[in-house]
Ligand binder design. Structure first.
Ligand code: TXA
Ligand code: MG
Length: 369
């Protein structure tokens, strides 16, 4: 673990990390979104070791990080006007652009596609590392494949200790969700992954944009445009259920399941907003409850989402129940991640109330009523 929390003393740690990368090693580093697992984007062998360390399917391409827009765009065969507009407006920042790849980009980066995703991260440690290394870094999120993305060096350590060469510790990440991925290789820009840059910000600049969902890709019978959409993601070990519906009903259903857990002594984890925690009168010392933050502050909720999933999971619950989050800005990306983590286990809150659903019924798959 190399400490880079204090930038004044981080220079030595960053030098060491750059040296490891030059030798073809793997270094986890902080970005403003989540921690990335970096390797030299020009070195096929180093790139293959990223897939091995994460247990990542080899057809899931990597995002390449660069210190500035010109260096990011040098990896593309051509750069659409819209790419320049987006880079001017949002880089450095939580936005990845998919562009036609230049011949120099190795297949290990693009997972066999003819495109490459690039971004300029907005984090002093990431930018200093990119400058020091003086080259592009491919970096997926620094978690074991399928686990929630890491928002602290401790999370990286938990998943990847012994599998990678170093971790640059830059403290907790600010955004907490991965970058928004926009495909600019088609006439209409298409959001392949909602993320740290709100959809509204993109729409203000581009007008209407398409938003790809796993469902829609399958419906149309077209090949999946973002291979990442195929795989299970962000999942805790315990089965996760997300309660959806109107706010009042969701809070009532949460309350029913929370009381059931307490009455029956069941180990159920609860992931919820401050408002719901207040209404349910939750004991602040309850190890199996994690408060994400105020409902009216989706940025705060996003920042704590993955830490919350990991925290609850570490308490080894039988089941985790999450309050469905909705709305605009990062709220929409949070909803997307929760739904993926739950793998479709969405519970209609009004049905939970009408049927008097219990945790036992959930766990045993009993259609109670
Ligand atoms: O915020 C982030 O984007 C973080 C930090 C470390 O930068 N990185 C990250 O990488 O989340 P990863 O590998 O966990 O997710 C990359 C996503 C995947 O869904 C992948 O399929 C998609 O981007 N992707 C990468 N290259 C692509 C390409 N050429 N075409 C379509 N999708 C691509
Ligand atoms: Mg990832």
């Amino acid at each position: 673990m190399l400490s880079a929390t204090d930038l004044a003393t981080a220079a030595k740690a960053i030098d060491e990390a750059a040296e490891i990368l030059r030798r073809g090693g793997l270094v986890a580093f902080p970005t403003e979104t989540v921690y990335g697992l970096g390797a030299d984007a020009r070195d096929g062998t180093a790139l293959r070791s990223i897939y091995a360390a994460k247990g990542r399917p080899s057809d899931n391409p990597l995002i390449v990080h660069a210190a500035d827009a010109p260096r990011a765009f040098s990896l593309a065969e051509s750069v659409a006007t819209q790419a320049h507009m987006l880079a001017d407006a949002f880089w450095p920042g939580p936005l990845s652009l998919v562009l036609p790849k230049s011949a120099e980009v190795p297949d290990e980066v693009s997972g066999g596609l003819q495109s490459v995703a690039v971004r300029v991260p907005d984090h002093p440690v990431a930018l200093a590392l990119l400058e020091r290394f003086d080259g592009p870094l491919a970096a997926p999120s620094a978690n074991l494949s399928g686990r929630p993305s890491p928002t602290s060096a401790k999370h990286v350590w938990h998943d990847l200790a012994g599998r990678i060469d170093a971790i640059l510790d830059g403290g907790e990440t600010g955004v907490g969700l991965e970058s928004t991925v926009v495909d600019l290789t088609t006439p209409i820009p298409c959001v392949l992954r909602l993320g740290g840059l709100p959809l509204e910000s993109l729409e203000r600049l581009l007008g209407d944009v398409e938003v790809a969902t796993k469902l829609r890709e399958t419906d149309t019978g077209q090949p999946v445009r973002s291979p990442g959409l195929k795989y299970r993601h962000y999942a805790p070990n315990a089965p996760l259920y997300v309660l959806i519906g109107d706010r009042r009903t969701v809070v009532h259903a949460l309350s029913q399941l929370y009381r059931d857990a307490k009455d029956k002594g069941r180990r159920a984890g609860f992931l919820l907003t401050q408002e719901a925690a207040n209404l349910l009168n939750i004991d602040p010392s309850d190890r199996l409850c994690y408060v994400l933050g105020p409902l009216g502050n989706p940025d705060a909720v996003a920042r704590r989402l993955y830490a919350g999933l990991r925290y609850l999971d570490a308490g080894a619950p039988e089941v985790i129940v999450a309050e469905g989050i909705d709305g605009s800005g990062l709220g929409r990306a949070v909803a997307d991640r929760l739904q993926r983590a739950a793998e479709g286990s969405l519970l209609q809150a009004d049905e939970v109330l009408a049927r008097g659903t219990t945790l036992r019924a959930l766990l045993e798959g009993i259609p109670s009523g």
